[in-house]
Write a protein that binds this ligand. Structure first.
Ligand SMILES: Cc1cc2nc3c(=O)[nH]c(=O)nc-3n(C[C@H](O)[C@H](O)[C@H](O)COP(=O)(O)O)c2cc1C
Length: 224
């Protein structure tokens, strides 16, 4: 299923996928992808990532426990404080991405119930058969978070190269307790975020969502 696409082509064609088929990825391929991602750069080569890749019965157990906790009214208790409160242009872009998502699903702005139901799908891992939780030592804070983002991007591009789709999910760091218990994550490690991955459901409306990007001039200034 290797695409033979360049990184440029992958970046131009990819998008986050939020509906997956139940087709399981070959275990050796998952191993190879995570092995290649080990080559990611990190500050002083500290490689802070401690990934927990979950599938099968454990995946189903976590889905059940997370949904029970959230539907039971639990408040988020993230290990790391990065709940985004965006301002100005960032807020506009946040709205833009939500509109792309709900627009693709024909969910009205005022339809709170449908929006909540769609949000809840985060903790069903969007039906993906695989999910990875990105953990790191809590003391690392922003230093480690930079490296974690780079590592996650490596994984996501390596997956795309193999025809595997993914969605990075801050939502998966919001209710760490059931995950910590089930996966026996030590107290000095935290779950920063997660990523569901698998084969995209080509028929799902949600996967038609396309986000845009700012123009080069709004993001990069060149000096000489
Ligand atoms: C760190 C991070 C956290 C994210 N958290 C979520 C999330 O919790 N749920 C979700 O549906 N998408 C999440 N996303 C996906 C973004 O919304 C998405 O990447 C962005 O809107 C750009 O769209 P695209 O990936 O389709 O190009 C996250 C992305 C990143 C990088």
């Amino acid at each position: 299923m290797s695409s033979n696409h360049s990184i440029k082509e992958i970046l131009e064609s990819r998008s986050s996928v939020r509906a997956f088929t139940d087709k399981v990825i070959d275990g050796q391929l998952i191993d190879d992808i995570f092995t290649s991602a080990q080559r990611s750069v990190s500050n002083c080569n500290v490689q802070p990532w401690q990934s927990r890749v979950v599938t099968g019965e454990m995946r189903n157990r976590l889905e059940k426990e997370l949904l029970a906790q959230i539907l039971g009214g639990a408040e988020p208790t993230p290990d790391f404080d990065w709940l985004p409160r965006y301002k100005d242009v960032h807020r506009e872009r946040q709205f833009g991405s939500a509109n792309a998502l709900y627009g693709a699903m024909s969910i009205e702005r005022t339809d709170k119930r449908a929006r909540q139901a769609s949000m809840l799908r985060n903790w069903s891992f969007f039906d993906a058969p695989h999910v990875v939780f990105f953990c790191m030592d809590k003391y690392l804070g922003i230093m480690g978070a930079v490296d974690m983002g780079i590592y996650a991007q490596s994984l996501s591009l390596l997956m795309e190269e193999q025809g595997i789709s993914s969605c990075m999910q801050g939502a998966l760091g919001q209710f760490p307790d059931p995950i910590r218990d089930a996966l026996e994550i030590p107290d000095d490690q935290g779950i920063l975020f997660g990523m569901s991955f698998g084969y995209a459901d080509g028929n799902a409306a949600v996967n038609k969502a396309k986000t845009n990007r700012a123009n080069l001039g709004d993001a990069v200034q060149f000096y000489s």
